[in-house]
Structure formats: C-alpha cells, structure tokens
Design a protein around this ligand. Structure first.
Ligand SMILES: NC(=O)c1ccc[n+]([C@@H]2O[C@H](COP(=O)([O-])OP(=O)(O)OC[C@H]3O[C@@H](n4cnc5c(N)ncnc54)[C@H](O)[C@@H]3O)[C@@H](O)[C@H]2O)c1
Length: 266
C-alpha cells in the first residue's frame, strides 16, 4: 500500500514556514516562494485575514497560531510537521509596532512588543530546529532598520529588533555545525498596515529625506532578499545582517542639504 501519492508529492517539495503570512511582507514572501516552486505553511494569529489570503493561493496551507505563546508554537509546529513532513526554511516575520516616548511606554506596552518581536522569533526558531537539522535548512529573521539605528519613539520596537539581530548571530554560531544557516533582513519603510499605523506624515517625509533612493520599498523587494537567503544560491551565507532599505543605513548627515545644492547647480 505504501505512502499515498498526494502525501509523497507534499513531502518531496521544499517547504517554507512563514510567520505573519496573512498580509504585508509575509504574504509577498509566501507568493514568491510559491512562484519558485516551494510550498508554504502560512502562520498568523489573524484567522480571518490568514484564511482569506491562503484561499487565493495554491500550495499554501494556513495555520492559525500566536507565535508569542509557547503552547501555541508547539501545537503549530506539530501541525505543520504532520501536514508537510518537512521544513526547509523558517521566516520569522510576524511583528508588531508600537511607537511611543520612553516615559509613556509602560511595561505592558513593552512586553506586547517584545513578546511577538523577540520571544516569537526565539520560540519558533527553537521549535523548528529539529526539523531544520533534518533538511539542513535555514532561518531568516525579520528585524528592521530601527534595530540598526536608533530614533525617537522606538524604545520598545527598536530594542526588540536590535535583539533579533543579535539572536540571529547566536543562532548562526550555534546551529552552523548542523548545516543550518541563520540570517537577518532589516527592511526599510514599506507601506504595510503595520507601518501606516505608526508613520505620521512627518515620519513619511523624514524617511524620504533620509533615504538615498528617496522612496519607500515594496513588499516584493523585501521578499526577494528573504527568498534568496533561503535558497541554495545563499548556501555559504550565514550570520549576516542585510538591510533592504534604499540606502538608509549607509548614509550619514547632509543628504537632504546635498539634494538642495544639486538642484541649485543649474
Ligand atoms: N512595513 C515596514 O515598514 C517594516 C519596516 C521594517 C521592518 N518591518 C518588519 O517586517 C515584518 C512584517 O511587517 P509588515 O509591515 O508586513 O506588517 P503587517 O502588520 O502587514 O503584517 C504582520 C503580520 O503579523 C501578524 N502577527 C503579529 N503578531 C503576531 C503573533 N504574535 N503571532 C502570529 N502572527 C502575528 C499580523 O496578524 C499580521 O498579519 C515585521 O516583523 C515588521 O516589524 C516592517
């Protein structure tokens, strides 16, 4: 009798597990993986949005779980394993943003940000490690330019993302001997629901001033880097922190002033 053909088909396909896959960068990454022949375990705590997004896709299955709750992460991993039988890549993308001054960031607000942005990455990566050992798979953690450079109002968000950068390096150092790679992607601003909830017009204008490419990025531009890092094309890349940010991180003072000077030349 043996294994049914449909189960064999699923088990032979590379599988990515993506958290926060219902929308935004996670959904764009899901779509790009599928375009490249992978199948995707889409994880999100927003059941309505996740199910609606997954229903439009082939080779993707929704798993409704909250990555900040240890029991839910364990249940999620068991369900994904029992459906797909393998995990080749984990993209820790689920995130929340809450911008506020230090004095107004009470412990509950701090914990809400940390529990998804940092605890979630730790928990999902740890739970996926046995499966990734079997496939010599890879982890990609999504941090932010706010984890690379400090700014106002980001005491919780920026600190959580800086910690994700260090967590990625710890994972690369320890899991490399099992053939598991771990890398970190730091997106610049992208017009998703998360960003638009915290970006005022002043913040939008300031980003345009500070970004050499002078625009926000797209979900697809971030997804391209994430998927690349999960493929064999990146087989010798681990422990790296890479910004997809239109040049934001590499610039210093004076960019807006120089733009004005250039305009005045003619
Ligand atoms: N959009 C930007 O400008 C930007 C910039 C830098 C970094 N990022 C990072 O990129 C990632 C994706 O952000 P996005 O802009 O696509 O946001 P988004 O709000 O569009 O999507 C985030 C998804 O994560 C899910 N989610 C949140 N907490 C969860 C939890 N505890 N368990 C399961 N699912 C959860 C949400 O339901 C949502 O579907 C985040 O980690 C964010 O911090 C975004």
């Amino acid at each position: 009798m043996g294994i049914p053909r449909i189960a064999l088909k699923i088990m032979n396909h590379k599988t990515a597990l993506i958290t926060g896959a219902a929308r935004g960068i996670g959904l764009a990454t899901t779509e790009l993986f599928i375009e490249q022949g992978w199948q995707v375990a889409m994880v999100d705590r927003d059941a309505d949005e996740l199910n609606a997004s997954a229903a439009k896709l082939n080779n993707a299955k929704p798993f409704v779980h909250d990555v900040s709750i240890p029991d839910q992460v364990n249940d999620m991993m068991a369900s994904v394993q029992s459906h797909f039988g393998r995990i080749d890549a984990v993209v820790n993308n689920a995130g929340v943003a809450d911008f506020g001054p230090i004095e107004q960031t009470d412990f509950q607000r701090w914990r809400t940000v940390m529990s998804t942005n940092l605890d979630g990455v730790f928990l999902v990566s740890q739970a996926a490690t046995p499966a990734l050992k079997e496939t010599k798979g890879s982890l990609v953690n999504i941090a932010s330019i706010s984890g690379l450079r400090a700014s106002t109002l980001r005491v919780a968000y920026g600190t959580s993302k800086a910690a994700v950068i260090q967590l990625t390096k710890q994972q690369a150092a320890e899991l490399g001997e099992y053939g598991i790679r771990a890398n970190c992607v730091c997106p610049g601003p992208v017009r998703t629901k998360l960003a638009m909830a915290v970006h005022t017009q002043e913040i939008i204008d300031a980003y345009h001033d500070a970004i050499p490419l002078n625009r926000y990025g797209s979900e697809k531009e971030i997804a391209e880097l994430i998927v690349f890092l999960c493929t064999d094309k990146a087989s010798y890349i681990t422990g790296q922190v890479i910004a997809s940010d239109g040049g934001f991180e590499s610039t210093g003072v004076g960019l807006p002033a120089l733009r004005v000077d250039i305009t005045n030349l003619d």
